[in-house]
Design a protein around this ligand. Sequence first.
Ligand SMILES: NC(=O)c1ccc[n+]([C@@H]2O[C@H](COP(=O)([O-])OP(=O)(O)OC[C@H]3O[C@@H](n4cnc5c(N)ncnc54)[C@H](OP(=O)(O)O)[C@@H]3O)[C@@H](O)[C@H]2O)c1
Length: 281
Amino acid sequence: MTELLDAAAAWDRLRRIRTADDALAAGLVTDGDGALRWGRPATPEAAELADRYLPLCLAGPRIAFAQLGQSLDGFIATRTGDADYVTGAEDRCHLHRLRALSDAVLVGAGTAVADDPRLTVRACAGDNPVRVVLDPRGRVPRGSGVFTDGAAPTLWVVGPDAAPMARDTGAEVLILPDAAAFAPERLLTALARRGLGRVLIEGGGVTVSRFLRERALHRLYVTVAPVLLGDGIPGLRFPGTPVMREALRPPLRRALLGQDTLFEFTLEPDAEPSGGQADGT
Ligand SMILES: NC(=O)c1ccc[n+]([C@@H]2O[C@H](COP(=O)([O-])OP(=O)(O)OC[C@H]3O[C@@H](n4cnc5c(N)ncnc54)[C@H](OP(=O)(O)O)[C@@H]3O)[C@@H](O)[C@H]2O)c1
């Protein structure tokens, strides 16, 4: 009897897939509906992993996607900035899988200061992405783990005034000439030029909202936890519409992650980059 493909083996195959040819080589076949599924008997967990992550694996060499975990009332941290943890263990595993499928994981200065995050892949098998910190004013402490722990390469993206304080850490420093160079599409272009085409925007709310507002995202994952915070650090914020019928309702997939619900939105980013190269080159 053929051994069932289990979740660990399925993930090991999935995380290496970037093209349709890779998918075939990994043992996926097209079924009657045109969907890809494992060509050999697989556990339900292995089938679910393929269903959830294949669209991202096959989304192409240049893709920006974001993930936030939020309370039912729309906050990603308490008012003191504590986000430890908003969502449960299954969502943490999902987040680490997203990191493993990325070339780069990007956070804003607020997250780097509040969380001192490691941004590495620990809850599943996979390679660590390059860590990118957006810090135009150079307010992230030089001793932060991402700059000093050596666990993965880090790119510290700063404005010209912050350049002196960003020198001589374990991070590579990218100095951008002005505020315009921090526009999401220009940042993504600069990262793609460094071979970092698949970028996970991991927070916080200000950063993800700007990428969403400026139509730089191809995909958005929001995990909603059944917890009410009342106030706190907001998640997505952008100019809304006056009437419900004009609200943003992108195509959606839903999944249960323990007590939490994962919403996966497919977005239509602007096809054309909004400006020149972020680093002026
Ligand atoms: N639950 C979750 O999923 C989750 C995920 C991540 C973080 N968090 C929590 O969220 C909180 C931090 O989020 P936040 O929304 O306050 O801040 P944030 O998004 O982490 O950082 C925002 C700051 O980053 C810089 N920045 C980001 N994108 C930029 C761009 N395109 N151009 C120029 N500057 C840019 C700016 O720094 P300057 O202000 O210096 O100009 C901006 O104010 C923390 O409490 C953290 O624990 C929760």
